[in-house]
Design a protein around this ligand. Structure first.
Ligand code: PFF
Length: 450
C-alpha cells in the first residue's frame, strides 16, 4: 500500500472473533453496566440498552468492521482512503480522528479501573476478603481509590501490560490467551450467578433488572443507555475499525457482529445477575457508582468456601477481559502513528502508553486529592466517560451510518459485505434510516426534553 505499511492479518476467523469479543467484553460489562443500570433505575434502562445494542449497535458493528476491512489502514487513513475512492470530501476522516482521540481518552481512565482490578487479584489471593463485611468492603475500596499513590502504581502496571502486548502485534500471545480465557470468564460468571442466586435476593434482582418502571426513563437515562451500548460494543472509537482492517475477505461480517453483540450482552446480563442479588441482600444499592462491583463481590467471596481462590480467579479473569479491551483501545492511535512511517510500533506504543498514563492519573487522583475538582458538575472520570460514551461515540456512529447509507455507493458496500440479499436489505435500511434517526432522537431529547 503506497505510503503506508501493510497491516498484519488475523491468523484465523476464530482468532478474530475472540479478539473482537475480547475487545467488547470487559470492564464495560462487569464494572460499568451494573452501576449504570443501578443509576438508570433498573429494568427500563436495561431494556432500552438491549434495544440499542441490537437495533443500532449491531448494524453499526457491521458498518465499522466493513469500513476497516475495505480501508485496510488505521481508522483515520481508512476513512480518508474510502472517502477519496468514493469521490467524497476529506472531512469524513474526522470520524477516524474522533475514534483515535476518543480511544485515547477512554484508555486513560480504563487503565485506572483496570489497575483496581489488578489490585483486587492480590487482595483476594492474600485472603484479604475472607469474612469481609459490607463496611469492610466499602472501607477497603475507599482507602484504595483515595490513596494518592497506590492506585497510580496499579494504573501504571495495567498500562505497562497493555503496552507490552500491543508492541508485540496482533498475532503474538494475545490470540492464544483470549481463546482460552474468555470462555473461562464466562463459565466463572455463570457459577457466580448460581451462587448469588442461591445465597442472595435473586427474585428482587430479576425484578429490578427486567421489570421496567418507565417512570424512571428520561432523556438522560436514554442517552446513558445509548452511550453504554456503544461503549460495551467498543463502537465508534476506531478499535473495531482497526480490527476490521486486519480481516481477510473470507470472514462473514454479519455473523461475526451478531456473535460479538450476543456474547457481549450475555456477559453484561450475567454480571447484573451475579451482582444485584448481593446488592439487595446487603442493602448496597444507593449511590455506589464506580465502586459497585468492588464493594459487592468481595462480600460474596468472603463468605463462600474457597472464596479466596474463586475471588482470585474472578478478578484475574476480569483483569484479562479488561486487558483484551485495553489493547484494542491503544491500537487505533498506535496503528496511526506506526503508519505515518515515522515511528516503529514499539516507540508508538510507548509514547501513547505514557501519555495515556499521565492523562489517566488525573482520573485516578479525582477520587482522592482532586476529588473537589468537577467539570460541568462531574468528577474527572465521570466527565471523560460522558464526553466519550455519550457524545463522541454516538455522534461518530451516526456519521459512520450516514457515510455508508448516503455517501458510499450501495453496490460497493454490497460487494464488501457479500451478504445474503434479504439480510443486506434489512441491514442497509437500518444503517440508512434507523440508526441516524434514532441517535438524533436521543440527542434531540437531551437538548429539548422529552
Ligand atoms: N467494550 C469495552 C468494555 O466493555 O469494557 C471497552 C471499550 C473497548 C470501549 C474498546 C471502546 C473501545 F473502542
Amino acid at each position: 500500500m503506497a505510503g503506508a505499511k501493510q497491516h498484519a492479518h488475523w491468523s484465523s476467523r476464530w482468532a478474530f472473533i475472540m479478539a473482537a469479543v475480547g475487545s467488547a467484553v470487559g470492564l464495560g460489562n462487569i464494572w460499568k453496566f451494573p452501576y449504570e443500570a443501578n443509576a438508570g433505575g433498573g429494568g427500563a434502562f436495561v431494556l432500552v440498552y438491549l434495544a440499542f445494542v441490537f437495533l443500532i449497535g449491531t448494524p453499526l458493528l457491521v458498518a465499522e468492521l466493513s469500513l476497516g476491512r475495505r480501508g485496510q489502514l488505521s481508522p483515520i487513513r481508512s476513512m480518508e482512503k474510502i472517502a477519496k475512492e468514493e469521490g467524497r470530501t476529506n472531512w469524513w476522516s474526522l470520524v477516524g480522528w474522533s475514534g483515535v482521540i476518543g480511544s485515547f481518552i477512554v484508555i486513560s481512565f480504563y487503565s485506572v479501573v483496570g489497575g483496581w482490578t489488578l489490585s483486587y487479584v492480590v487482595e483476594a489471593f492474600s485472603g484479604g476478603m475472607t469474612g469481609i463485611t459490607k463496611e469492610g468492603a466499602e472501607a477497603h475500596f475507599n482507602s484504595l481509590v483515595t490513596n494518592p499513590v497506590t492506585p497510580l502504581v496499579w494504573h501504571a502496571a495495567f498500562m505497562a501490560i497493555t503496552v507490552g502486548i500491543v508492541l508485540r502485534g496482533v498475532e503474538g500471545g494475545l490470540e492464544k490467551a483470549v481463546t482460552i480465557l474468555m470462555p473461562a470468564l464466562f463459565v466463572l460468571l455463570v457459577g457466580l450467578v448460581i451462587y448469588s442466586g442461591v445465597t442472595g435476593e435473586f427474585t428482587a434482582a430479576v425484578n429490578f433488572l427486567f421489570a421496567p418502571d418507565w417512570s424512571k426513563m428520561n432523556a438522560d437515562v436514554a442517552l446513558n443507555a445509548l452511550g453504554q451500548s456503544f461503549f460495551s460494543l467498543s463502537l465508534a472509537l476506531g478499535s473495531i475499525m482497526v480490527y476490521g482492517s486486519y480481516l481477510t475477505k473470507d470472514v462473514n461480517i454479519g455473523k461475526a457482529a451478531i456473535t460479538i453483540a450476543g456474547a457481549d450482552s450475555a456477559v453484561a446480563i450475567l454480571a447484573g445477575l451475579a451482582i444485584f442479588p448481593i446488592v439487595f441482600a446487603f442493602d448496597l444499592s444507593v449511590g455506589k457508582e464506580e465502586g459497585l462491583v468492588f464493594m459487592t463481590l468481595p462480600i460474596a467471596f468472603g463468605q463462600m468456601t474457597g472464596g479466596a481462590v474463586i475471588g482470585t480467579f474472578f478478578f484475574g479473569l476480569l483483569t484479562v477481559a479488561a486487558i483484551t479491551s485495553s489493547i484494542s483501545l491503544l491500537e487505533p492511535s498506535v496503528s496511526y502513528l506506526e503508519e505515518t512511517d515515522k515511528l516503529s510500533r514499539k516507540k508508538a506504543a510507548f509514547i501513547i502508553g505514557i501519555a495515556a498514563f499521565l492523562l489517566g492519573s488525573l482520573s485516578s487522583l479525582g477520587f482522592g486529592v482532586l476529588s473537589d475538582v468537577t467539570i460541568f458538575g462531574k468528577s474527572i472520570i465521570g466527565f471523560k466517560s460522558y464526553i466519550t460514551n455519550n457524545l463522541m461515540m454516538p455522534l461518530a456512529g451516526m456519521f459512520m451510518a450516514l457515510f455508508i447509507g448516503w455517501f458510499i455507493s450501495r453496490k460497493s458496500i454490497m460487494d464488501e459485505l457479500a451478504m445474503n440479499e434479504s439480510w443486506f436489505r434489512i441491514w442497509y435500511f437500518m444503517i440508512k434510516y434507523i440508526c441516524p434517526f434514532a441517535i438524533l432522537v436521543v440527542f434531540y431529547n437531551i437538548v429539548f426534553g422529552f
